[in-house]
Design a protein around this ligand. Structure first.
Ligand SMILES: [Zn+2]
Length: 324
C-alpha cells in the first residue's frame, strides 16, 4: 500500500513538472505542445481578383462573415502572413493577374500558382506555355479537376504535365473530398476523383515531375501515406485538415501514420485560407498544439520539408531564418 502511495506521489510530481514545462511552451490559448518559433512556408494559399472573388460567406468553422472583395482580402491576408513569420507562400490565382498584386507587395515571398477546375474550359496550352516561359507560373496548381468531374489521371492534363516537367514547374493536385453537399453547387464533383491512387500513373509517366498531394488526400489519407512510402519524391500538404470544421480527424490520423511510415519529412504546411485570412492562424495553432510531434518534426512541417521540395538554396534558407 505504502509503495503504491509513493508511486502515486511520484506520478503527481512528474505530472506537475510536465505541466510546468508545458506552461513554458504554450502560446497562451490553452494548447499543449512544443511551439515552433521559426519561419513558415505556406504551400496552399488562394488569390482572387475582384471579378472572381467568391465571397462574402461565413467562415465554415467560426461562422464569422468574410470580407466582400479581393482587395481587402489581400490586405488582411498579407498582414496575417507578416504577423506569423510566413516568409514564403504558394499563392494561386485563376489567372496570373490575380497573383501579380500579391507579388507587388510580397516580392520573393510569393511562389506563383495557377488554379483551375475544368481543364478543357479553363486551360489553353499555348497560353500556359507562354506563361511558363515568362515565369508567370511556378506551380501548376491547384489542379482542381475533381470539381469539374475529371480524374487527375485524365489524359487532357498530360500536355500540361509534360511542360511542367520540362520546365521544372512543381504540380499541386487537389486530393480527397470537399465540404459535405458540394454536389449541389458543383454537380460534376466526384469524391472518387480525389483518390490519390489516380495520381500514381502521373508519378510513373513523369518521373522528374515534382508533385505534391494537396490536403494529403483527406478522406483517403491512408492511400496518401502508402503512395509516399512507394514514391520517395512525392510530397503532400495538410491544408484544410488543420482548420476546417470536422477535418481534424484526418489531420491527426494522417500525421500519425506518416510518422509511423517514416514519410513525415515530406509533409508540408499549407492553409487553403480561401476567403478567410483568419484560417491561417487557426491552422498554425492547430499544428502547434499537436503534442505527438517533436519540435524537429514541427520545424520540418512548417518550413524544412517545403524548403527541400522547392530546392531553396542554403542562402535563401539562411535569409529566411534571419528575418525572425
Ligand atoms: Zn483543394
Amino acid at each position: 500500500m505504502g509503495g503504491k502511495m509513493f508511486k502515486k506521489f511520484r506520478i503527481v510530481t512528474s505530472l506537475s513538472l510536465l505541466l510546468l514545462l508545458c506552461s513554458i511552451t504554450t502560446s497562451g490559448f490553452g494548447q499543449t505542445g512544443i511551439q515552433y518559433l521559426g519561419p513558415i512556408i505556406d504551400m496552399h494559399l488562394h488569390a482572387y481578383t475582384n471579378e472572381d472573388f467568391i465571397g462574402p460567406a461565413p467562415n465554415p468553422t467560426t461562422g464569422e462573415m468574410s470580407v466582400d472583395n479581393a482587395t481587402e482580402h489581400r490586405r488582411q491576408t498579407v498582414e496575417v502572413l507578416k504577423n506569423n513569420n510566413i516568409v514564403l507562400s504558394m499563392v494561386d490565382g485563376e489567372s496570373p493577374e490575380a497573383v501579380d498584386a500579391w507579388e507587388e507587395i510580397l516580392g520573393d515571398g510569393v511562389i506563383r500558382g495557377l488554379r483551375f477546375e475544368n481543364p478543357e474550359e479553363d486551360l489553353d496550352l499555348n497560353l500556359f506555355t507562354e506563361w511558363v516561359e515568362e515565369g508567370k507560373i511556378e506551380v501548376f496548381g491547384e489542379v482542381g479537376a475533381t470539381y469539374a468531374g475529371f480524374s487527375s489521371a485524365d489524359s487532357v492534363l498530360d500536355p500540361f504535365l509534360q511542360i511542367s516537367e520540362e520546365f521544372n514547374i512543381a504540380v499541386g493536385i487537389h486530393t480527397g473530398g470537399s465540404y459535405p453537399g458540394i454536389h449541389r453547387v458543383n454537380p460534376d464533383f466526384r469524391l472518387r476523383y480525389g483518390d490519390p491512387f489516380l495520381v500514381e500513373d502521373i508519378l510513373v509517366t513523369h518521373p522528374n515531375l515534382r508533385v505534391y498531394l494537396m490536403h494529403s488526400g483527406s478522406h483517403f489519407y491512408e492511400r496518401t501515406a502508402m503512395l509516399m512510402v512507394q514514391y520517395p519524391n512525392l510530397y503532400s500538404d495538410i491544408a484544410i485538415l488543420n482548420w476546417y470544421t470536422n477535418a481534424e480527424v484526418f489531420l491527426i490520423q494522417f500525421l500519425k501514420l506518416a510518422k509511423q511510415y517514416n514519410v513525415l519529412d515530406r509533409v508540408m504546411f499549407g492553409t487553403d485560407q480561401m476567403i478567410w485570412p483568419e484560417a491561417i492562424e487557426m491552422a498554425i495553432a492547430k499544428v502547434q498544439s499537436l503534442d505527438f510531434l517533436t519540435l524537429e518534426e514541427k520545424a520540418g512541417i512548417f518550413y524544412m520539408n517545403a524548403a527541400r521540395f522547392l530546392n531553396l538554396s542554403d542562402e535563401t534558407i539562411a535569409e529566411h531564418h534571419e528575418q525572425e
